[in-house]
Design a protein around this ligand. Sequence first.
Ligand code: AMP
Ligand code: ZN
Length: 470
Amino acid sequence: MKLYNTATRKIEEFKPLKPPEVAFYTCGPTVYDFSHLGHLRTYTNSDVLKRTLQYLGYKVKHVMNITDVGHLTSDSDEGQDKMEKGAEKRQMTVWDLAKTYTDFFFYSTEQLNIKKPDIIAPATEHIPDFIKLIEVLLEKGFGYETGQAVYFDVKKFTDYGKLSGQKLEEKEIGVREEVHVDKEKRNPADFALWFKRVGRFKDHVMYWPSPWGDGFPGWHIECSAMCMKYLGETIDIHGGGIDHIPVHHENEIAQSEAATGKQFARYWFHNDFLLVEGQKMSKSLDNFLTIDHIKKRDIDPLALRLLYFQTHYRQIMNFTWDALYAAKSAYERLKAVIVELKEKEKKINMQEEYSEEGRSRKQKFIDAISDDLQMPRALAVLWETVKSNLPAREKLHLLLDFDEVLGLGLKTIEKEIYDIPEEVIKLAQEREEARLIGDFARADRVRDEIHKRGFAIKDTDHGFEIARRK
Ligand code: AMP
Ligand code: ZN
């Protein structure tokens, strides 16, 4: 398996520390608002990495945190805690806010067939672990305390900046432009390990006792502590979005390696951004889309999963509705093929040997996914297999096998069997008549009636089709 490593800026042969085990950590969501399609792109690609490793025989232990405290509105130490800001906006307690958006996150990932991590670690349940790690850093001389916080001293960690390749002087120019709230800070790039419940945070709702007084942890320490707690001091792969490279991941490396003296993560796996109609997804631009926006348009979320695969994870992806509708048609075509094959072959033995052609198609699929997750190429192998003249049994076997990695739910696809109520059929006929005489307003009203009864109507070349709404 070849994988691009942000740390070396090269595609490398992936070799875990203790094969066949793979220790894998992904930065989880900050649960102050709805997870959007951008977040979901990153989590889908991490899921594909995990499934690929499993398909190739590795045993993956996957840990993900949930940031429910300490992530400020700027990735450095400026602004308000995102959780407290979100709670004010929504008029909820921070605890209810965390529950609401954690649930929404897992609801969204489930819709996309993203496997759950083996361990899900909410920050608020690990405060003693953060305190312990901060104590080690202070003992070793990497941290210092001021009236407002406990900081990591970046000048003490000689390798600071190695992930992004950014020199400390360049970084400080950027940081200097921000408003400095703590005059006792030694270097502008020093970052908080622990915020005291004083000054701008004197009314902070979430706080815990610590050797430095009541307060709350910094965002970066959370990932270092929880990652090392569950996966050990050196892990195989650490993943996240590219926005985390210059600050969050740089800081995670500094804290972890300063504390242990060992390499923290051997491979860094970063996903590029999702844009919407050419612009960054954001609420102010009103292009903030969640999985429910997709479902409201009667599109199966797995069509979105298929769409994500059409762009390599290290490239920017531009979301458009047109592209999603095209993916929807492609997904429906794939489902129809599976249903047809399943009708021919009621039972498949997944252990059955492949023919020479089958073996060669499987090898092509493996070559694509093992080449730094070339999913567009893997999809090409999928469609070539669909179009091939392989016997039904072998074709179905191969497609279901590929689906271990693709996760498009092909195993569970069944022919949709349902009774269409008489009244819905009558309404559909009424709509057809209205359309024929050009009374489109009435046709639309009748269509809405059909919708209300839980059915959708589609016009095709050979008349209308009625299906249950998803
Ligand atoms: P956050 O909740 O902001 O910490 O983000 C959770 C994860 O989603 C992080 O790994 C981010 O890098 C990633 N992410 C956020 N926005 C996008 C986006 N538009 N496209 C891809 N990944 C994103
Ligand atoms: Zn993290």
